[in-house]
Design a protein. Structure first.
Length: 436
């Protein structure tokens, strides 16, 4: 309580300094036409009073609160810092940069201060909800906020920065499975009222979900990259025609789904296993131009990433003809490096570039990871995926001599049987529910 009184002292000093100036200037500009008339109802009484009294000086009040929030965060009082920053967003709700920074600070900075992953997940979702439920409704034409929310799913909810990358993914999968068990959006006319309400609570519009599925194929809504595509797709109509950040995020998330857009999820067995989306890769190779996501050289860069990933995965998983089509489309992109004329050579060249800065130990971990995924999918009865991941491991092994010292590459080749055996052991533990 003492801290709130301290904050209000600052506020009242500002009010005293500018109250006379406001009276002399006559009536204030009135409510923000883009804001919410009831936006101050949940403020403490003192803040609500000063907000109305200051009128056009709300920006100054916001500055005071913002400085106070930064001070509280430095002192480790994260909850009050978040509360103060929340007041700032409501004082100037039509300023997207404030919402963007506040949500990012909550999800990335404040959340990272907590050692318990459950606490970090709670803070990440707090940032998600801030953008989804408040920031975007207050700024429905701000492509920046749609992109920020989509990127938060792609970069943070995906577990990219977590010690256990699957922890956040499992949380999202469980939450979405409670809404749509199979992960696929209901078809038109098949939505029951209860599911509709749950989708609305999750911030998802069924009509937009169906539009995304119709364009890119049926995506799994238990996967964070699908949500990244959804929010970027909603922001497309408002994006800058030059940089096209929403298009770029769509391509990035589609590329990641090519390698990991199929989900086997069994919470009871603690299984969360990702496999490729070969159909999405093929559809992207055939229809990437009709998707109309490319309009700038920066966008072409992420389109290149998608086509390269499609070429590698299709080739490794036995779709040589489609991989050749991807190689051809890749070769025709403006500004792309020279592409080898044979698909096999193009695949090895692409993998070699990816692994140029990889240490020998990391190289071993990469191939062992593919072999483990192969063994897990074989244990789940999916032999095609198993064979594909074995082939992917072998292709990486074949480029070792190009990117790591010959002696280290030779030792990895000599240890290949041991690497395979260790991958199988890890897969057996995973299938037994011993490893999350």
């Amino acid at each position: 309580m003492k801290r709130y009184r301290e904050a209000l002292v600052w506020i009242l000093l500002i009010a005293a300094g500018f109250g006379l100036a406001g009276w002399l200037a006559g009536p204030g500009p009135g409510p923000d036409p883009g804001g919410d008339a009831s936006a101050t109802e949940d403020y403490p009484p003192g803040v609500r009073f000063v907000t109305v009294a200051l009128g056009g000086f709300r920006g100054i009040l916001a500055d005071v609160l913002w400085l106070r929030a930064a001070q509280r965060q430095e002192e480790g009082d994260f909850f009050e810092a978040a509360q103060l920053a929340g007041w700032v967003t409501r004082l100037i709700p039509t300023y997207p940069e404030i919402w963007s920074y506040h949500a990012w600070n909550i999800a990335y900075n404040i959340g990272a201060m907590f050692p318990d992953p459950e606490d970090r997940w709670a803070w990440v979702m707090r940032g998600v909800r801030l953008l989804r439920d408040e920031g975007i409704p207050s700024n429905p034409h701000s492509a920046k906020l749609y992109w920020e929310l989509g990127w938060m799913y792609n970069d943070k909810v995906s577990g990219r920065w977590e010690e256990n990358p699957l922890y956040f993914r499992v949380h999202l999968a469980a939450d979405m499975a409670s809404v749509i068990q199979t992960g696929q959006a209901p078809a038109p006319g098949q939505l029951d009222p209860a599911t509709g309400r749950r989708l609305e609570e999750a911030g998802l519009r069924l009509t937009v979900m169906q539009q995304v599925d119709a364009l890119f194929g049926f995506l799994d809504w238990r996967i964070p990259e699908t949500h990244a595509i959804y929010w970027a797709y909603r922001g497309k109509p408002y994006q800058d025609p030059v940089s096209r950040w929403c298009d770029r995020l769509i391509w990035t998330s589609l590329a990641e789904q090519v390698g990991g857009g199929t989900l086997y999820f069994d919470p009871a067995r603690k299984l969360y296993v990702l496999g490729p989306r070969l159909d999405l890769a093929q559809a992207g190779v055939r229809g990437h131009r009709s998707w109309k996501l490319r309009a700038h050289t920066l966008t072409a860069t992420v389109e290149e990433r998608f086509l390269e990933e499609a070429m590698i995965m299709l080739y490794a998983f036995g779709e040589a003809s489609s991989a050749g089509d991807a190689r051809q489309e890749l070769a025709e992109l403006v500004g792309v490096r020279k592409i080898e004329s044979k698909t096999h050579d193009a695949v090895l060249d692409a993998l070699a570039q990816r692994m140029e800065e990889v240490s020998p130990e990391r190289a071993r971990q990469i191939v062992q990871g593919f072999l483990k995924r192969a063994a897990v999918w074989r244990g789940l009865g999916h032999e095609r995926f198993a064979a594909g991941f074995v082939r992917l491991a072998e292709l990486h092994r074949d480029v070792f001599s190009r990117v790591i010292p010959a002696g280290d590459a030779g030792r990895i080749l000599e240890q290949w049987p041991a690497i395979v055996a260790e991958a199988q052991r890890q897969a057996d533990s995973t299938l037994a529910g011993e490893v999350r």
